[in-house]
Design a protein around this ligand. Structure first.
Ligand code: HEC
Length: 133
């Protein structure tokens, strides 16, 4: 190998290394700042449409037991008490019944298909924010 070849190889190698380390750093420097605090979710705008689309109203809309048509009805709850505890999404029966391994009965909506984690999270956030109508 001639000296010229040696220098050429050394340069190529260091360019590759430099390229790799640049890439390793880039994701951190381009991470966007955390989003501004979320607008408050409301039952009528954000939650009721989910219940309507996912068939909850059909089974919980007026034939006894839990009604899920309004915040007042969710607070009245069903056989196991209030379905929501404003400010405590993860402790609310509604969230526990929508999640895998509910504490009683079966996962909702009964028979599935179940809500995605992100949809359950929207409902949880709404309760955490105080369950506004
Ligand atoms: C096919 C009918 C059916 C559908 C659809 C359905 N449910 Fe239910 N739900 C039931 C039955 C029956 C029970 C009682 C047995 C049990 O707890 O598993 C129940 C119980 C519940 C309870 C517990 C009430 C209590 O205090 O005992 C909650 C909360 C609930 N459902 C929420 C929902 C939500 C939210 C949806 C829509 C995503 C939904 N359900 C869809 C039939 C249904």
């Amino acid at each position: 190998m001639t000296n010229i070849q040696r220098i050429f190889l050394a340069c190529t190698f260091s360019l590759v290394l430099a390229g790799c380390s640049d890439e390793g750093v880039a994701p951190e420097t381009t991470t966007p700042p955390p989003p501004a605090s979320q607008d408050t979710l409301t039952f009528s705008a954000n939650i009721l449409p989910i219940f309507q689309q996912r068939g909850c109203i059909g089974c919980h809309g007026g034939s006894g037991g839990l009604f899920v048509g309004s915040v007042t009805q969710l607070l009245q709850g069903g056989q196991h008490g209030a379905a929501i505890i404003p400010g405590n999404g993860s402790g609310s029966n509604l969230i526990r019944k929508l999640s895998a391994n509910p504490p009683f009965g079966v996962r909702m909506p009964q028979g599935g298909p179940y809500l995605s984690d992100s949809t359950i999270n929207v409902i949880k956030t709404w309760i955490d924010q105080g369950a506004k109508p």
